[in-house]
Ligand binder design. Structure first.
Ligand code: IVH
Length: 674
């Protein structure tokens, strides 16, 4: 590649990566898989290595190892948040003990106590409490020196006390560190929801927890139900003299302490703990990637000190990601309701991390090519921190003679239409939106789904029956169904027929935002549908909105705007909407809930203090109904700080420092009456 071409490609890559980063961390949408994202990063890294003078100073490659996003205020850690050295074997653990003995000048017979804890695979967090026991701040690790203040999100985590109750006075400074995680069960639930919404699935609980902490919408964070386990206490002055006592202190303060911690009297007991959890780890409600071993005595910890990166008194024993070898029996190409075609490997069943694996994700065509996958191949399957198994390699030496390579089909496996590949995207899709059976049935399923039109009794099986009999070809057909038609279906009697018709009838009362979601417009999930309904109180308003106008709405980016435009530009969708309208489906907000104006469109507000005309919730609602956004903390992106009686001093100070306009509630009212 010549320099000119490299420069262009670097720019392109930086733009795309920044875009996906923002979508992931801010808008909470992963438009591409982690794998595809990593590929973009790799390409950028390689180009920057080949042309160092072209590397941009703010290239996303320079952010690796740090989770700072500029979206939250940064805070310097009082004590840096270090990481841990890793070991992978018993031998290395024994060396760790030898190093400690040498360093402390201990003989082989002097006992060393260790505390063993699960190494929870989540996101580290620091919680600062003031001397009155009030939770002041929750800060991410960031780059270890500075982290991001994500307090509003942290406060949604039910197990973190907002106030420490203690009979004795608290130390002047209390900092608690721990890990924020998403349980396996909660992760599964979230992904089921995303599958229903036609959104790409989250890859694993850890990344999802990290992304969730970075959302600018604490309500959404609350909905995701994060958990937290703490494992570290820092106080000034010190109130305990060992780590084990610290854990007990945390427990007395009712902080959620890392479960299954154990005080071990020697390295043999440590090894036993490591072995015990290697087998049992899959039964835990959350994922762990190893064990953390800490020297118990604080005086010894102090003598041992730290290196630039990690303490010498602690180490992580990492479990190898479990893998299994099995045979690739087939590859199926699944067509989703949006037309996206996903390759899925069908495997000879094999035991892995406590479950039987029969299917694995193959991501896309590039991934299949990179593996050089053939039917009948022996493949390596891993579940390293991932709940969805991945094929990570192929043993080409065991390939059966004459094995056929796996090719991505040129035509839709369901309807035969030639597949298309979006330029710059790895995924293929079937463009036969109106004629491809799984797309048609998928849209109807989505429409009937509980959180959409909630048509009870209309699930996958019944929809398939209705489709096969030619009774239903689109969502509007549901409202034309007659009792005699349903009675023809296998298993339907008078009673069940009437029930289904009643359920369909009842769906005409479903409020507009849910109808909008039920239409299944790509990238318009529940949250986006609500936002849209607020700004465009009827489907006609939404249809009339141009791309620019759509993008004025907070949370609506280019991808969503394009997708909405494409939906309305399809004549078939317009016909569907007309038929739904005639059937009596709600296509607008009730008058009293409509947005009052757009005068504050796009402006970002923070409110502080108590108000004369409004409660806290009311003033937020008021701002939102005029098109503004309300954030919980002041940043350079804030446009207005609205102050009432006794506003918070720190918000006021920060706003003044950043030159942000400070207004009263009367001034706000005046702005909206104009
Ligand atoms: S102690 C200076 N204990 O692992 C020691 N860390 O690789 C700081 N982690 O950043 C960490 N479980 O996010 C400690 N029981 C545990 C842990 C734990 C998970 C994470 C933590 C840390 C990373 C280090």
């Amino acid at each position: 590649m010549n320099k000119e071409a490299a420069k262009k490609r670097i720019q392109e890559l930086v733009e795309r990566i920044n875009y996906y980063n923002k979508r992931y961390y801010v808008d909470n949408v992963s438009e591409i898989s982690d794998y595809e994202f990593d590929q973009l990063m790799d390409e950028l890294r390689r180009l920057e290595e080949a042309f160092p003078d072209l590397a941009l100073p703010d290239s996303p490659t320079r952010r690796v190892g740090s989770d700072l996003t500029k979206e939250f205020p940064t805070v310097r850690h009082r004590y840096p948040m270090l990481s841990l050295d890793n070991t992978y074997s018993e031998g290395e653990l024994r060396e760790f003990e030898q190093r400690i003995r040498r360093f402390l000048g201990l003989t082989a017979s002097e006992p060393i106590e260790y505390v063993c804890e699960l190494k929870i695979d989540g996101v580290s967090i620091s919680l600062i409490y003031d001397s009155a026991g009030i939770l002041q701040r929750g800060v991410t690790r960031g780059n270890g020196v500075e982290g991001e203040d994500v307090t509003p999100n942290i406060k949604t985590i039910a197990s973190i006390p907002l106030r420490i109750e203690s009979r004795e006075p608290l130390p002047a400074y209390v900092e608690v560190r721990g890990e924020v995680v998403l349980t396996k069960a909660q992760f599964q639930k979230l992904n089921e929801q995303r599958a229903m919404d036609g959104e790409p699935l989250f890859a694993n609980p850890r990344n999802t927890a990290a992304g969730t902490l970075k959302l600018q919408a604490p309500k959404e964070v609350a909905r995701r139900r994060l958990s937290c386990y703490t494992y570290f206490l820092l106080t000034e002055p010190r109130i305990v003299s060992s780590h084990w006592e610290a854990l007990q202190q945390l427990e007395r303060w009712q902080l959620p302490v890392s479960p299954h911690a154990r005080l071990c009297n020697n390295i043999e007991e440590v090894l036993a703990y490591v072995q015990e959890w290697e087998a049992k780890r899959h039964d835990l409600p959350f994922e762990i990637d190893g064990i953390v071993i800490k020297v118990n005595r604080y005086d010894w910890q102090e003598q041992l000190g730290t290196t630039a990166k990690s303490p010498r008194w602690a180490i992580a024993y990492k479990y190898k990601p479990e893998e299994a070898l099995t045979v690739l029996e087939d590859v199926v190409f699944q067509v989703g309701r949006t037309g996206a075609v996903t390759p899925v490997a069908v495997l000879r069943p094999v035991q892995l991390s406590g479950t039987t694996v029969q299917r694995a994700s193959l991501h896309n065509e590039d991934y299949i090519k990179k593996l050089d996958l053939h039917y009948g191949d022996w493949v390596r399957v891993e579940k390293s921190g991932e709940i969805i198994p991945q094929i990570t390699g192929v043993d080409a030496s065991r390939r059966p003679a004459g094995a056929r390579p796996v090719h991505f089909p040129k035509n839709c496996p369901e309807c035969g239409t030639p597949l298309k590949r979006e330029p710059q995207e790895a995924a293929y899709f079937c463009p036969n939106t109106w004629g491809c059976p799984p797309q048609i049935k998928g849209r109807i399923e989505h429409f009937a789904y509980r959180r959409a039109m909630n048509i009870e009794g209309l699930g996958e099986r019944i929809i398939a029956l209705l489709y096969e009999k030619g009774l239903v070809r689109d969502i509007a057909d549901l409202y034309d169904l007659k009792a005699e038609q349903i009675l023809q279906l296998e298993g339907f009697k008078e009673r069940s027929t009437q029930n289904l018709l009643n359920a369909i009838e009842k769906s005409k009362q479903v409020p507009y935002p849910r109808v909008l979601y039920a239409l299944g417009i790509r990238h318009v999930g529940e949250t986006v549908a609500k936002v849209l309904a607020k700004h465009f109180p009827s489907i006609d308003d939404l249809r009339r909105a141009g791309k620019e106008e759509l993008m004025q709405v907070p949370e609506i980016g280019e991808v969503i705007a394009d997708s909405i435009r494409a939906f309305f530009e399809d004549e078939k969708n317009m016909q569907l909407i007309e038929r739904l309208r005639r059937a009596g489906v709600q296509l607008e907000m009730p008058k009293e809930e409509r947005a009052q104006s757009h005068v504050l469109n796009g402006a970002s507000f923070v409110v502080s203090g108590t108000f004369r005309h409004f409660s806290r919730d009311e003033i937020k609602d008021f701002i939102e109904r005029h098109g503004g956004v309300v954030k919980s903390s002041v940043s350079s992106k804030t446009d207005f700080l609205v102050v009432g009686e006794a506003p918070g001093a720190s918000k006021l100070e920060k706003a003044t420092k950043l030159g942000i306009k400070v207004i009263t509630e009367d001034e706000l009212l005046a702005m909206c009456q104009a």
